[in-house]
Design a protein around this ligand. Sequence first.
Ligand code: SF4
Ligand code: SF4
Length: 177
Amino acid sequence: MQSLTNRAKQVERKPMTFIEKLYLWNILKGMFITFSHIFKKRPTVNYPEKTRPFSPVFRGLHVLNRDEEGRERCTACGLCALACPAEAITMEAAERKIGEENLYREEKYAARYEINMLRCIFCGLCEEACPKDAVYLSETPAPSNFTRESFIYKKEDLLIPDPKTETEELKKAKGLN
Ligand code: SF4
Ligand code: SF4
């Protein structure tokens, strides 16, 4: 066959020696490596009972933030979805009605807000893009699961507990308990 460059190298296959044909030496070598690991410190941890310490810049699951009065900060502007390189964020905007001022901070809010964690690469660009300090990435790693649907986090899963009515839950979410 004609070669495109002159860098092609002919590889020779050497015939095996008698010792190599027995495979005994290779089996012994393999067994020695296996046994030498028995007395070494185990590099694995029993996750999820035990976790490794994460880096200070670790980015985990997203949290939808509330203001100090417990109102949702997100105004469904869509900037986070636009900034997301993985197209993991979906939302639907709705208009705040009279009497809902205690629920939503702005006149527009996200009636639906979803993040597909199977798509997310935890880059943090959504957090950077948000002008309302409404979305941030917490230090909680995304738990494993068995179904694809369970990786689609809805607004109810992402919203931080209300600081006015769910003080204990909020403390727990912030790891203060
Ligand atoms: S962390 Fe990155 S990939 Fe994940 S939702 Fe935010 S912008 Fe998209
Ligand atoms: S989380 Fe922030 S950037 Fe995303 S829609 Fe809400 S306000 Fe806009």
